[in-house]
Design a binder for this molecule. Structure first.
Ligand SMILES: Cc1cc2nc3c(=O)[nH]c(=O)nc-3n(C[C@H](O)[C@H](O)[C@H](O)COP(=O)(O)O)c2cc1C
Length: 324
């Protein structure tokens, strides 16, 4: 019952995409998601070409199922990275910028699928026009940077009416009920971010995970507070980290390790979220969280999250539409 145009196009077993999520979406998380039958994603943001080649080569050797690579356009300096990603991964995905047919063509030239995460029906049409095989409709309930202005259901409705390629629903989905609702509305898959931040295999700092587990659905805020390195880009975070960052007395909140092992300072109001390698005032760093955070209550293996979502969503869909 959970076979959809998404599972057929991507070649995975279940209609779940783990969101690309900066330093949180590590290879161990993506590989665990793939092994569970869903689409695991890693980030290419701030990853040098040689390091990306090494990471994706290792993933290709061990992945049990297709995986994807996520690019944030404001940080895409070397277009050669797109070709590197497309040579190894089934899916190459872009976010935060006008859909670009030349980038899509580079992905296709290496044999991968091109995906664009969008925040409006207009942007979805442009992504389809640029040649993307899938679009992700991101509602403003989403954790992390939020592209559009609509809640997921309104946006999904508009995007489904605007394009004929399969649409993945993103934003606030952490439970089987939300997954079943998105699929019943016509989404070909759901994209899950915040719930995977607390997966056992995630790269998130334990202090960040603890804050997510303690938070309720009303404890997030859409803000432009964490804008150093990436201005004019609204994002949804825990309200507590906005307050802590505003009160923090110094210009640097800590240190973070980026790909290749280099350690760099985290400026106050910096865009990087705290990973396992981050040190310093974790509470005052960008703790991205969707409204789904209220449903995120335990640290679990990624496979258990995928299994729970699929089994129960399938049961709900069957109950809503009993076989004749
Ligand atoms: C910690 C975190 C980091 C994120 N980083 C990225 C990113 O690097 N690239 C991207 O396309 N989306 C990013 N997002 C947004 C997700 O792609 C997705 O839209 C969002 O997580 C969906 O909402 P949810 O968190 O309620 O599941 C991030 C989200 C979170 C929670």
């Amino acid at each position: 019952m959970l076979e959809t145009p998404f599972t057929r196009v991507v070649g995975c077993e279940v209609p779940i995409q783990q969101a690309g999520m900066g330093g949180v979406a590590t290879p161990p998380l993506a590989l665990a998601v793939c092994a569970a039958g869903a689409l695991g994603m890693v980030t290419a943001t701030l990853v040098p070409a040689a390091e990306l080649t090494r990471i994706l080569g290792a993933m290709q050797r061990t992945a049990r199922g297709p995986f994807g690579v996520n690019f944030l356009l404001p940080f895409l300096e070397k277009r050669e990275c797109v070709a590197i990603a497309a040579r190894s991964a089934r899916v190459v995905e872009f976010f935060w910028g006008a859909p670009d047919p030349t980038l899509v063509a580079e992905v296709h030239a290496e044999g991968a699928l091109a995906v664009w995460q969008v925040g409006s029906a207009e942007e979805a049409r442009a992504a389809e026009g640029a040649g993307c095989e899938l679009v992700v409709a991101q509602g403003q309930e989403a954790g992390g940077h939020v592209r559009g202005r609509l809640g997921l259901l309104s946006l999904l409705d508009a995007v489904l009416g605007a394009v004929s390629v399969p649409v993945v629903a993103a934003g606030g989905i952490a439970t089987p009920r939300a997954m079943a609702a998105a699929l019943a509305a016509g989404a070909a898959a759901v994209r899950v971010g915040t719930r995977f931040v607390t997966a056992q295999e995630s790269g998130a700092h334990p202090g960040y995970v603890k804050a997510l587990l303690a938070a309720g659905a009303e404890d997030t805020v859409l803000t432009d507070t964490f804008s150093v390195l990436w201005p004019n880009a609204p994002h949804r975070v825990l309200r507590s980290c906005v307050e802590a960052a505003r009160e923090f007395p110094r210009d640097v909140t800590g240190e973070v390790e980026i790909a290749g092992g280099q350690r760099i300072p985290v400026p106050r109001f910096g865009v990087l979220c705290p990973t396992r390698e981050t040190t310093g005032e974790i509470e005052a760093m960008a703790q991205y969280a969707g409204e789904s955070v209220g449903q995120v209550c335990a640290v679990q293996p990624a496979a258990a999250i995928v299994e729970e979502l699929c089994q129960e969503a399938e049961r709900l869909l069957r109950a809503a539409a009993p076989a004749p």
